[in-house]
Structures are given as C-alpha cells and as structure tokens.
Design a protein around this ligand. Sequence first.
Ligand code: UD1
Length: 419
Amino acid sequence: MDKIIIKGGRPLKGTVNISGAKNAVLPIMAATLLASGKFTIKNVPDLLDVKTMSNLLRIIGAKVQYEDHTLTIDTSECNFFEAPYELVKTMRASIYVLGPLLARFSKAKVSLPGGCAIGPRPVDLHIKAFEQLGADIELNKGYIVASADKLKGTHVNFDISSVGATGNILMAAVLSDGRTVIENAAREPEISALANFLVKMGADISGIGTDRLLINGVKELHVVDFEILPDRIEAGTFLIAAAITGGEIELRSVDPSHVSSLTGKLRNSGICIEEGESSIYCKAPERVRAVNITTSSYPGFPTDLQAQWLALMCVANGSSVITENIFVDRFTHVAELRRLGAQIELKKNIVVIRGIDTLNGAPVMSTDLRASASLILAGLKAEGQTEVLRVYHIDRGYESIEKKLANLGATIRREEGGY
Ligand code: UD1
C-alpha cells in the first residue's frame, strides 16, 4: 500500500486548480442509466471512486471510457441489473444505481452497503421512499432486491436531509407516472448539479436548489453532454492547507459561493479571503485564532471538512469546540492526530481542542477519505517527518493531492508499495 511522506513547516504559496466534484460525478454517472445512448461528461476528476463507478456501469453493460478528464458512457446495451457486494463495499455511492435501474428497467439488485469507518450509514430512507413510489423491496442475503412494473409519483417527506436518498429518489421519480414531491430534500450543490443534468436530459424538475423538489414524470429521457462543477470539498481542503501552514495561495476553477460556510470561519480565524468569480485568494497569518464549528447540511459547515478543520484547530491560538451532527462517529482521525501531539478531548459527537504551537511528525494511519486529508494537513504543519499510511483512501476523492501540494511548495512525496 502506498504511503505519503511529508516534511512539515513550509508555508504553501502559489496557485492550484480545483478538479471536478466527486460527489456530483458519481450520481451523474449513475443517471446515465436512465437513457439509451452515448453521453459525454467533462471535467471528471481522475479518482478511484470514478473508476469504481465506471466498473459498476460496465458490469451493468455500459461501455465506459475515460481520457483527459472526459468520460464517455454508452448505455445502449445495459442488460444486467445488479451492483455486487465486492464493489458496493468499496464505495457506498454504488447505491445510486438503484433509482435509475428501477426507473428504466423495472428491477434492480444492489448490495446493502453495511458500515464504514465513519460509522453506521443506513439506507432506510432510500428504501422507504422507493416503496412510496410503488416499488416492491425485499432484503435478501445482504442485497436490496427491488422491482416495480411502473413507479408512481408520490409525496416523500424525508425525516433527515440525505444527499444520497434525495439523489436516488430524484433519479427514480423523473421517469415515474405523475408528480412526485420531495420535502426536506438535500440542497447540496451536487444534488442541484444532478437535477440540472436530468433537466438537460428532458426531465421536468422544479425547486432545484431548495429543500422542496417537484418532479413531473416524463416518458423518456435523452443523452446529453455535461460539465462537472468544481469540487467544493477539495477547494476547502486546500484553503485549510494554506491556513495551517501560514501560506498564501489562490484557488482557480472554484465556485466561491459553494464554500462560503468555510470562508466565513476562515475569516473569523484571522485569514484574509478575497473572492473572484471563479477564484479564491487566501492569505493566512502564522497562527490562526481558534474558531468553533458545528457541521450541518448545506449551506452549513460540511461534515466532509470537519476532519480538516479539526487538524487546523490543533495548532490554533486558543481552544475550540467542534460538534459533528451529520455522522456522529466520524472521529477516527482524533487518535491519529493525538499521535502528532494534538490535545483533543472527545465526548460523543463533540470535540474540544486545545491549540498548541506545533505538532511533531510521526507515522499515522488513514482510516477514511477525509481523515486522510486531515492527517496530510497536520503533516504539512508538523515539525519533522510525518508518514501517512494506507493512503488509498485519499485516492478515492482527491486527484494527485501530493502533486498539487508539491506545486505549492510542500515537501511531500508518495512512496509506492510497503505497509
Ligand atoms: C453524501 C456524500 C458524503 C457526505 C454526506 C453528507 C456522496 C457520494 N457522499 O453521503 O461525502 O459526507 O453526503 O454531506 O455524495 N441517513 C439515514 N438513512 C438513510 C440515509 C442517510 O439515516 O437512508 C443519515 C446518515 O446516517 C447521516 C445523514 O442521514 O446521518 C446524512 O447522510 P447522507 O446525506 O445520506 O450521506 P451520503 O449520501 O451517504
């Protein structure tokens, strides 16, 4: 397994281009199953999760090619309506094929994802809403087995705002008979991107960007070309990297409005932020002020930046509190950050951090995607050498993170193989 080796202490300087959004491209790839023909999707990040979703679509019968950040997906010969455990266990977003398969082919068999390093992640909201749309659902030998002669429009009111459930039901509803209303829909920009993709395909959706989506089912959809929006979590990770190193960087190809909950907190912590139309300039002092955060659904502070913010607070001036409200067990990075000397107390979903001057490099292990990012950020600040082991997690969601950081002046390299 590859590891990333960092010698900390260098402020980041320069410009970095942000890649396309992982959490938008995955549902959009699944949505291509809703029509027959050849799709072209541009600005697709080169990520392990994109490869996993490509392999899943290939199993279903699609022809998928990836070159120069462009995906072509030909869905004309799909004939196998199953997402096997081997793939789903490596990427929970595989569940996104359930809605499109059910809507276009009237049946689907998708492995239940099970738990993961960020805690229990149930799919009960997906299942309940599919049943409301008229699907028969059985849980059999670890699989969700779904069928429906014809899905019928319905009224779905989610108890919890769920990105995955909103996307899945939206993809099923666009080909259903009649009208579907989704209340308490997720408002994340990636859901709006999916909705815009579906509208381009011929779907009738209104309320995009709000928590109430209205869908009038259509008979059929057609193939389109589409460009993926910038990844707000990658953008946020680089802003926090600049903050933790006392750096000065500019992000390009970014949508500043999508990271305003983070830039607000960065400003509170003493960082200068200037926003352009598709760029963000960020200049950090040597040491930031401690600032509390509470994660919540969009437009609140994203859970996907909680681990990175926690790393920053470890070296902030003062004490801070982080409350994780989305995935209450998402704290595997805490024990690893303590190995670098961080002063952190964890009680249930609340973390109290006492900022210290600096961290000390050590070997650490990454346990999930965003935890890996937080350990890399901590390593950029820590004195001496930090080795982040098991970095395959980072390859799921960050394109060439070590190259992008090295271009900004970090002393960082990947070592292939080994433990
Ligand atoms: C998506 C993102 C992930 C992000 C998360 C929250 C993708 C591929 N992944 O994950 O990066 O961290 O949103 O912004 O886009 N829940 C249930 N039952 C369900 C579904 C969800 O109780 O059936 C709960 C979850 O346990 C969690 C909350 O709802 O507490 C939100 O989860 P959800 O938005 O569904 O996360 P994902 O779509 O899995």
